[in-house]
Design a protein around this ligand. Structure first.
Ligand code: CAA
Length: 259
């Protein structure tokens, strides 16, 4: 599955999706947002166990929405763009298997919002983050305000949005925005290694855990516990659960998980 603005390939049950608009620092126009949405639908029904998202080249993950396209938009067009962005970010957040953002350079505006909709963020040493919208007369429109506050806390998120300042990978690591920072050459191998570790675990358990983590946001603990109980129960009786526990008892390595 491949078109000009998105590249996609699968190896050993790990999908790699590359935003490929290098000419404009991988800024995503409306067409690439729509293509991303379609691609996520297409790959949702495949047997991948983890998805890695990165940007083409060595400079930029995604430099945000396409400013040249947005420049003359009306109020209604702006709202439509936000709706399309909100939908695709939510689709990514709810994507059934874990998604890792391998942030290989600029993650600005909508690009940072894309990374925030992923489950785990890894960065290269040259990565650079910002919510520069306030310098452009707008606000983050792809759910970034909400997700940023949830991930790094209200105070830091407000600082980022109100100042629109850039911050580097070290600061992102300190704030918990990214889980780890690597030299650029090591970023993709490390992202794929992490993906392989996840992919080797029981797929039904991983998908259930992700679902619960998403669905319990904003719920009271009792309601979240109820969701967890049901999902926990659903894991029992699966081939993977039986085999893994039987192997433990028999002191042997379990056979690979089947999902
Ligand atoms: N939209 C459209 N084109 C972009 C772009 C963007 N977001 N970011 C970069 N480009 C284009 C540049 O216009 C330039 O094109 P030309 O060669 O035709 O002039 C090309 O990419 C290379 O960029 P630069 O020459 O600027 O490269 P640089 O190395 O000097 O700087 C950069 C790189 C820091 C990423 C800089 O381009 C930049 O600041 N880009 C804008 C980033 C931004 O503000 N993003 C937020 C957009 S708003 C948003 O995303 C709203 C939302 O919530 C959805």
């Amino acid at each position: 599955m491949e078109d000009s603005s998105l590249l996609y390939h699968v190896e050993d049950t790990i999908g790699t999706l590359t935003i490929n608009r290098q000419r404009v620092m991988n800024a995503m126009d409306m067409d690439s947002i729509n293509r991303l949405s379609t691609l996520l639908d297409e790959i949702a029904d495949t047997n991948i166990r983890c998805l890695v998202i990165t940007g083409a080249g060595e400079k930029s993950f995604v430099a945000g929405a396409d400013i040249k396209e947005m420049k003359d938009m009306s109020r209604a067009q702006g709202e439509n763009l936000s709706r399309a962005g909100n939908r695709v970010m939510r689709k990514l957040e709810l994507f059934q298997v874990p998604v890792i953002a391998a942030v290989n350079g600029y993650a600005l505006g909508g690009g940072l919002e894309l990374a925030l909709a992923c489950d785990i963020r890894l960065a290269s040493e040259n990565a650079s983050f910002a919510m520069p919208e306030a310098k452009l007369g707008i606000i983050p429109g792809y759910g970034g305000i909400q997700r940023m506050s949830r991930i790094i806390g209200q105070g830091r998120a407000r600082e980022m949005v109100f100042t629109a300042r850039r911050f580097d990978a070290r600061e992102a690591l300190k704030w918990g925005l990214v889980n780890a920072v690597y030299p650029l050459a090591d970023l993709m191998p490390e992202a794929l290694r992490l993906a392989a570790t996840i992919a080797a675990n029981a797929p039904i358990a991983i998908m259930s855990a992700k679902k619960i983590m998403n669905e319990s946001v904003g719920l009271e603990l009792a309601a979240a516990d109820q969701l967890e109980r049901e999902a926990f129960g659903n894991c029992f009786g699966t081939w993977d659960q039986r085999e893994a526990m039987q192997a433990f008892v028999e002191k042997r390595k379990p056979q690979p998980f089947k999902g």
